[in-house]
Ligand binder design. Structure first.
Ligand SMILES: Cc1cc2nc3c(=O)[nH]c(=O)nc-3n(C[C@H](O)[C@H](O)[C@H](O)COP(=O)(O)O)c2cc1C
Length: 459
């Protein structure tokens, strides 16, 4: 049977997110990103469309690689200004019952102990609908904000992240036994101290000295783990830790080998490769007729900011595109920024040559994924073909304008996919992990490394 098509909405607590310049479109509301009504409306729209989740990117640091200055990013609101994402979630959780939240948090700038508590708090408040996209950053500007000259080297960041994961697993899984909290009013005992254990860690990068996790057990304990980044070292990290992987690439030809490489590495670590859910990025533009969809797309394109697109691309790749001629070919450079973004427009598809002008065209709407335009039937056909060609499990849907594009998906595409039997007619019950992996799976199980840190009798 063909697998279910899962949808995440891809957004960020900033203006326009991956569609630089589109904030100037009269129907785009992302310039209201700093007020709750925008986020509340978005969450309600997504739940109406039975989206599995809202995936919130977050980038620490300003995009100042382009022209060696933040000016282009500031002028065009290229993910600058940008607010903190976790603080949005309580408000959105309060107006939804089933929508999951995959939220990005950069581990390079915060010790594990306070971070683990914040995620546990969100897991409580969302009643188990929280996921964490584990990132280590790619901008030197973030490192400078933390008092360093530049960011830690690419592969070293992943090594540090491996250790960070060990520490948060200890806190989430290894401090409180399931039966620790009694809430016994008669005896006046809230927690049985004998069932709360101290955590120790003494590693190359982190120390935890004989302390307990501050939050009582939350529904999922460890949040659903996402990872994005598909360099060889990134894939190793994903194969070990990720339950969901988010990747971007311009074509099925680029995505398919990344999917199979991660599945193979996970299998080599004893994990079930089918249980690492792969989400690839796509932008979807719908119309009731093909002409209407094409007109909508053409209208959106008139709002693209080329300078904003290059400011983003310069940040993602660490390459300053400001001095490039528009018809110049982009050549591969290896540095300490993200490698997947550079590979996408250089060596991932040897049959395709990218000029700077092509990069602007491509990044201008929806960032680094394909843009699919058409009627609900046409788009559903293309999505089915994409699933067939790539073996992904879901899409991370970027937008040109928000929430308008998500309203179109909820109203037009979701009924079509449901009719084809490829989309859930209703949400499954339970936590985000149960919705993704099945009833009774609220917590991570062996052979995932987190399960190895569990203490006491588990229920
Ligand atoms: C599709 C995609 C989405 C990403 N989202 C974020 C993000 O929201 N915040 C962030 O700091 N890094 C993000 N990254 C960067 C990755 O986490 C990673 O640091 C970067 O891609 C470098 O790793 P790589 O060379 O293995 O790709 C993303 C990367 C990809 C490919």
């Amino acid at each position: 049977m063909a697998k279910e098509i899962r949808l995440n909405a891809f957004a960020m607590n900033c203006v326009a997110h991956q569609s630089p310049g589109l904030w100037t479109h009269p129907r785009d509301r992302t310039a209201e990103y700093n007020r709750l009504p925008y986020w509340i409306d978005l969450a309600r729209t997504l739940e109406r469309g039975r989206f599995d989740g809202l995936f919130l990117a977050d980038v620490l640091g300003v995009y100042d690689v382009y022209g060696n200055s933040p000016d282009a990013a500031l002028r065009n609101a290229a993910q600058t200004p940008s607010n903190e994402p976790l603080l949005l979630l309580s408000a959105m959780a309060a107006v939804t019952q089933n929508l999951g939240f995959g939220v990005t948090s950069n581990l390079s700038f915060e010790p594990p102990y306070p971070f683990a508590r914040r995620m546990s708090t969100l897991d409580h408040l969302t009643e188990g609908r929280i996921g964490w996209n584990v990132v280590t950053g790619y901008l030197d500007s973030a490192a400078r904000g933390a008092g360093k000259d530049k960011q830690t080297g690419h592969d070293d960041r992943y090594d540090i992240a491996d250790e960070y994961m060990e520490v948060v697993y200890k806190l989430w899984e290894g401090s409180w036994e399931d039966a620790a909290v009694l809430r016994d009013r008669k005896r006046g005992i809230f927690t049985d101290p004998g069932k709360v254990h101290r955590v120790n860690h003494d590693g190359a990068n982190y120390r935890i000295n004989n302390t307990i996790h501050l939050s009582e057990p939350s529904p999922q304990r460890t949040p659903v783990l996402y990872q994005a980044g598909t360099s060889p070292r990134g894939r190793q990290f994903a194969a070990r830790h990720a339950e969901c992987v988010f990747m971007s690439g311009p074509s099925a030809k680029v995505i398919a080998p990344r999917v199979s490489a991660i599945r193979q590495e996970a299998a080599a670590l004893g994990r079930n490769p089918a249980e690492i859910l792969m989400f690839s990025m796509m932008t979807i533009i719908l119309g009731r007729t093909e002409a209407e969809a094409k007109e909508k797309y053409a209208d959106y394109r008139r709002h693209i900011s080329p300078e904003g697109a290059l400011a983003l691309m310069s940040g993602w790749t660490g390459v300053d595109f400001s001095g490039y001629d528009l018809d110049q070919q982009v050549r591969h450079v290896q540095n300490d920024a993200g490698r997947s973004a550079m590979d996408n427009v250089t060596r991932a598809d040897p049959d395709r040559i990218w000029t700077v002008r092509d990069v602007i065209e491509h990044v201008g709407i929806g960032g680094a994924g394909p843009v699919v335009v058409g009627t609900p039937e046409m788009v559903a056909d293309k999505i089915e073909q994409w699933f067939e060609a790539t073996d992904v499990d879901g899409l991370n849907v970027a937008f040109a304008i928000s929430p308008g594009d998500f309203e179109d998906i909820a109203d037009m595409l979701v009924p079509e996919l449901t009719k084809r039997g490829r989309y859930k007619p209703d949400y499954a019950k339970g936590t985000l992990r149960e919705k993704l992996f099945g009833a009774g799976r609220a917590r991570l199980g062996a052979p995932h490394p987190a399960a190895g840190y569990r203490v006491g009798k588990t229920g």
